[in-house]
Ligand binder design. Structure first.
Ligand code: FES
Length: 156
C-alpha cells in the first residue's frame, strides 16, 4: 500500500535515511551545499525540517543556512507538484467520500495525488484539481483514474 502524504509532510523512512546520510558528512560549514544536495536527492526538495537538521548538525546559524540555501537556484525550497492531481478533503468533500477516493488512489500506488483544502466549490463535492489546474466536481474514482492515466500518457 502506498503512503498518503500531505504536500509538505516528510515520510519517516526518508527522514531516517537523511539523518543517517547527513551524519556521515563532516561537521564543517563548508559542507552546507553537499548537505542541501543530499536533502534534495532524498526528499526531492529541501524541506524546512531538513534545513533545521542541517543547521544543528553543521552548527551553523539557521539564518545563514537559509541565506545559503536560497542563493542557489538549483536547490528547491518547495516540493515539485508538477503532474500531481489534488483531491479536496475539506468538510463537504469529506462528507461526499473524498477520503475513500484518496485511499483508493493511494492504494493503486501508481498515481501522483495529494490532498488539498477546500476549493470553495463545495456544492460540487467531491472536488479535484487536475495536473493542469482544472477543477472537477462530483468526481468518482473510476473517472479520476481514467483522467489521470490519460494525462500521464498524453492522451494516447
Ligand atoms: S470542501 Fe471540497 S470544495 Fe469545499
Amino acid at each position: 500500500m502506498s503512503e498518503w502524504r500531505r504536500p509538505l509532510e516528510i515520510a519517516d523512512h526518508e527522514m531516517r535515511e537523511f539523518i543517517s546520510e547527513l551524519s556521515m558528512i563532516e561537521r564543517e560549514k563548508q559542507y552546507l551545499l553537499p548537505s542541501f544536495h543530499l536533502a534534495q536527492e532524498i526528499f526531492g526538495w529541501v524541506p524546512p525540517v531538513a534545513v533545521e537538521k542541517i543547521a544543528d548538525f553543521l552548527r551553523v546559524p539557521l539564518s545563514e543556512v537559509y541565506a545559503t540555501l536560497t542563493a542557489y537556484s538549483e536547490l528547491r525550497i518547495a516540493p515539485d507538484e508538477k503532474d500531481y492531481w489534488f483531491i479536496c478533503t475539506g468538510v463537504a468533500c469529506e462528507m461526499k467520500g473524498a477520503q475513500n477516493i484518496v485511499q483508493q488512489l493511494a492504494d493503486a500506488d501508481e498515481f501522483k495525488v495529494r490532498d488539498i483544502d477546500c476549493q470553495f466549490l463545495c456544492s460540487l463535492a467531491p472536488v479535484c484539481v487536475d495536473d493542469s489546474g482544472g477543477l472537477h466536481g462530483r468526481v468518482e474514482v473510476s473517472e479520476l483514474i481514467s483522467g489521470i492515466r490519460e494525462s500521464q500518457t498524453g492522451g494516447e
